[in-house]
Design a protein around this ligand. Structure first.
Ligand code: NAD
Ligand code: MG
Length: 392
């Protein structure tokens, strides 16, 4: 039987890599639904190629335009629109697996719905775990959803842990999780140079080709901070047993240190099709189209400690995780607004951590046990940052 798949965020970088892997295995996968917010030409092309039952866009105008174009080419794909439709295609009874690859907190409702529906969730949208990790993990557990990490570091850790994972580090004989970070495009920049960097420089990652938001997050090391929180929830790991290691070659995707001194790692070319194929086929292995790792060409592997002074976002994320409550949700929301403002050239790169710090300070005492409370904290953080942005 084929695995029937919904891809949330099919027009993005992870979406495209997922479709690439799927296209190599037409005998194994069938696309039921594809979603996208922008780049409707990409969505149209994917609908023509994969003939999903549904395509979802965000607004009615886009839905009408897409439906019209699909009719013209004789496609029978039904076009739906809005957030309710995202949830619908993430929970359809005929869907086995959901690739959660929408960027930002906007991806949370449909990702959470997929977990509640007991789907096999291929989790790229790390912001869901940062915003509502507790609720998401609980929903997955209560509904027997299978969580497979797509983030390369978490997929590497997943591959380096015993299966089935007993649910905590001690029971697995694990001392620490070592998360690798490329260090991003500004790894060697001075503080003065960081003040001057442009969005174009920030989105040009030295090793990975990714969407704009995660590229800026990688440049600020906030991506690693979000990943620390993600690892905390996925593997039930206390914050002081997660260590970040800068590894510029991006060949070792992360490591697991066991109590007997063994350190297991997963290596490979920096290509997201590897973790995507791993999660799609788990526990089997399938061809992913990824270039073979040539260790002679790589030559050497370097490791260094992150510089938390030049990259304060990583420290802010560790602090938010340690503080708990609404702090991670507010960190994430403030970061999204600040990164968007940086990409629009409204603020400089080094203003991003300052704005986040200011917003997270307000998390103290905020209620955070329900989804509504977390979403309120998210909204407050967005407002706090927005009112401090320069007018344009
Ligand atoms: P992207 O910007 O390339 O694509 C994002 C997708 O989400 C697009 O399909 C877009 O149309 C859709 N989208 C954006 N805003 C939306 C909204 N409000 N409602 C509905 N859909 C919306 O992003 P990406 O790089 O593919 O990243 C996707 C997710 O995967 C992020 O959470 C990111 O952190 C994570 N991730 C990405 C990579 C990578 O290599 N790109 C690696 C690890 C994790
Ligand atoms: Mg990653």
């Amino acid at each position: 039987m084929k695995t029937r798949l919904t891809i949330l965020g099919a027009t993005g970088s992870i979406g495209a890599s997922t479709l690439d892997v799927v296209s190599r295995h037409p005998d194994r996968y069938e696309i039921v639904a594809l979603t996208g917010m922008r780049q409707l030409d990409k969505l149209l092309a994917a609908c023509v190629r994969y003939a999903p039952r549904y395509a979802v866009v965000l607004d009615e105008a886009a839905a009408e335009a897409l439906a019209c174009q699909l009719r013209q080419v004789g496609s029978t794909t039904e076009v739906l629109c809005g957030n309710a439709a995202l949830i619908k295609v993430a929970t359809l009874p005929e869907v086995d697996a959901v690739m959660a690859a929408i960027v930002g907190a906007a991806g949370m409702p449909a990702t959470l719905a997929a977990a509640r529906a007991g789907k096999r969730v291929l989790l790229a949208n790390k912001e869901t775990l940062v915003l509502a990790g507790h609720l998401f993990m609980q929903a997955a557990q209560e509904n027997a959803a299978i969580l497979l990490p797509i983030d390369s570091e978490h997929n590497a850790i997943f591959q380096s842990l015993p299966h089935p994972y007993p649910g905590n580090l001690d029971a697995a004989g694990v001392r620490r999780l070592l998360l690798t970070a490329s260090g991003g495009p500004f790894r060697t920049f001075s503080q003065a140079e960081l003040e001057q960097v442009t969005p174009e420089q920030a989105v040009k990652h030295p090793k990975w080709s990714m969407g704009r938001k995660i590229s800026v997050d990688s440049a600020s090391l906030m991506n690693k901070g979000l990943e620390v929180i993600e690892a905390h929830w996925l593997f039930n790991a206390p914050h002081d047993r997660i260590k970040v290691v800068v590894h510029p070659q991006s060949v070792v995707h992360s490591l697991v240190e066991y109590v007997d001194g063994s350190v297991l790692a997963q290596l490979g070319s920096p290509d997201m099709r590897t973790p995507i194929a791993n999660a799609l086929a788990y526990p089997e292995r399938i061809e992913a189209g990824v270039e073979q790792l040539d260790l002679f060409a790589v030559g050497r592997l370097d490791f260094e400690a992150p510089d938390l002074k030049r990259f304060p976002c990583l420290q802010l994320a560790f602090d938010a995780l340690a503080a708990g409550g609404a702090a991670p949700a507010m960190l994430n929301a403030a970061n999204e607004v600040a990164v968007a403002a940086f990409l629009e050239r409204r603020i400089g790169f080094t203003a991003i951590p300052r704005l986040i710090e200011m917003a997270v300070e307000r998390a103290v005492g905020m209620p955070s046990s329900s989804l509504e409370e977390l979403l309120e904290a998210d909204s407050l953080a967005r407002e706090l940052v927005e009112v401090r942005l320069p007018c344009c």
